[in-house]
Design a protein around this ligand. Sequence first.
Ligand code: PAF
Length: 318
Amino acid sequence: MPNSIKNIVVVGQGAIGLLWYHHLSQQAEKYQVSLLASNQNLLSPSELISANYHFTPYQHKTAAPYPLNYCQDKNLQQAELVILCLKSYQIAKALKGLAHSINKDCIVILAHNGMGTTEEAAIMLPEKQTIIAMLTTHGCLRTGSLTIVHTGIGQSDIGLLSGQLSKSRQEQLTNLLSQALPDVSFHRNIVEKQWLKLAINCVINPITAINDIDNGDINHQEFSAQITQLLSEICEVANAVGVELELEYLQGLVTKVAKATAKNCSSMRCDIIADKPTEIDYINGYIHRLGQQYGIATPQNTKLWQQVFALSTTAKQQ
Ligand code: PAF
């Protein structure tokens, strides 16, 4: 395994992709960073070398332009770290495209909502490839193409999903990410953290999308029975796969996150409004599939999965 990380590729020109790209590229003296965007093949050579993105730091009023270094084949081949900041339904296709270019020692980070992509990544990448999950609570809004605003200071949790990571490599990776965009913590049991995030997303995302409401509104009494049923099903499915979750803890967590993000439009509601595909297959759809696999009825998760699927006209065409 190489000793130091000198070449980083961020995949995805969405809000979180640009947020990481921006903060990593401020450390240019330590390593080289490039951005792999899904539309860069459409750009002319002059557009590729003269591109800028615009970033507004947290609590600042104005955006400043920064040069954008688009990823070339050699950047991918040399990369010791690739961070995929994509929607969950884009991961499999992106990994298929990257698998032949990246080094077997390259660390691959998956940063997205929902679960179920680890299984897909295992098919696309060599068995020994080191795959890390990243969960982030930073608020970031994409206000235009290559234009983002850092709307909320959060933190990120990372942990090993497959492959190996020595203690020193783990510290090196955590420090590198934390120095760029603090705080980043490494967890030995990231799967448990993923389940907590999944439970939050299984409740807030579909309910806000279906009812066209802000996150805080899910704390109204009218949704409490539905939320309890969703979370009970999630606890049962999680326990079947060996993850201990407690209903009361999850209820408190969902209430807290809805309160903390009360005025926000959830990512799923934003996707529905923008007529884009949603991550529902990797959120309530994931619970539905696991329920079927383990013979556990998940009527409320299944219902919301189908309702959101029907709401999204783009998803209907997939
Ligand atoms: O997907 C989202 O929007 C977010 O993960 C969350 C936590 C629901 C807050 O908006």
